[in-house]
Write a protein that binds this ligand. Structure first.
Ligand code: CP
Length: 313
């Protein structure tokens, strides 16, 4: 199916066919990234603004490199050094940048819905790079890409997401993507961070870590989002690690071919043992590698690309 959207704001509003179009387009761009010359002219003459109003390592650098690989000009906006600090509104900031002929805004913001707002006040395309605890669509797309690459399919797989679900935009976007693609999703963590209400999104909820990880094909670990929690949600980090952290003993209870994922940044020794993070079972760095191809695909598609058939440049 052909892509026909100017923005990527969330996974919730995408169809399964649209998600597959992004993944197939990313497959084509991954092949481009394996050539000697890794650049293509798909966005030549276009300007991409990285508008990050919240910290990021992986997403911001990955989007920047993706835009450069597509031959776009890139502006990296740093909120701390901007006139946002002097009281300029987000709308005025973005409209001033658009006046410099920016074509695509990639936005991370602590407020849920901020990229949706921007898409209503700008003519440029907007890509959500994480909005509060709401969604992180490109993370879910690169996670789905990695699962499909490692397992050959997504439909029918058992995927466990373990950790702080309540405050996680990665969890919400993953739940939307994986359930649309036919996976069976189980959520696990402390009851304060994994409320039963998530069952309405089509997932299973359990607070028993062994039940959650035994039989899973994919275990996706999430860190505790301390920056979003307004009160203590569990007694302490040590207790969280002892009850829910992935350690050697728990890993032995998982399927030998289950892959271990994490969107990063990881907290070694908290949600994941350091040795497991670095083990052959972990695909954490492959997720980062795949993020580049997925973000090239997203920039290509929101700029008017229709699908993988147009990538053979
Ligand atoms: N996974 C992720 O969004 O990482 P960053 O916060 O470093 O971008």
């Amino acid at each position: 199916m052909n892509w026909n959207r100017r923005h990527l704001l969330d996974i919730e509003s995408l169809t399964a066919e649209e998600i597959v179009t992004v993944l197939d387009t990313a497959t084509a761009f991954k092949a481009v990234g394996e050539r000697v010359i890794k650049k293509v002219p798909a966005l030549r003459g276009k300007t991409v603004v990285n508008l990050f109003v919240e910290p990021s390592t992986r997403t911001r650098i990955s989007f920047e490199l993706a835009a450069l690989r597509l031959t776009a000009d890139v502006i990296n906006f740093t909120a701390e050094a901007s006139s946002l600090k002097k009281g300029e509104t987000l709308k005025d900031t973005a409209r001033n940048l658009e006046s410099l002929n920016a074509d695509i805004f990639i936005m991370r913001h602590s407020a849920a819905g901020a990229p949706h707002f921007l898409s209503r006040v700008l003519n440029a395309s907007v890509v959500n790079a994480g909005d509060g605890a709401h969604e992180h669509p490109t993370q879910a797309l690169l996670d789905a890409f990695t699962i499909r690459e490692k397992k050959g399919r997504i439909a029918g797989l058992r995927v466990t997401i373990l950790g702080d679900i309540l405050y996680s935009r990665v969890a919400r976007s993953n739940i939307w993507a994986l359930t649309k693609l036919g996976a069976h999703v189980t959520l696990c963590g402390p009851s304060t961070l994994v409320p039963r209400g998530f069952e309405q999104m089509g997932c299973r909820v359990t607070h028993d870590v062994l039940e959650a990880i035994e039989g899973a094909d994919v275990i996706n670990l999430l860190r505790i989002q301390h920056e979003r929690q307004r009160k203590a949600m569990f007694p302490g980090t040590g207790e969280y690690t002892s009850l829910f952290g992935l350690n050697k003993a728990r890993l032995e209870r998982t399927k030998p071919d289950a892959i271990i994922m994490h969107p990063g940044p990881i907290n070694r020794g908290v949600e994941i043992d350091s040795d497991i993070a670095d083990s052959s079972r972990s695909v954490i760095l492959e997720q980062v590698t795949n993020g580049l191809a997925v973000r090239m695909a997203v920039l290509f598609l929101v700029n008017g690309g229709r699908g993988p058939q147009e990538v053979g440049m």
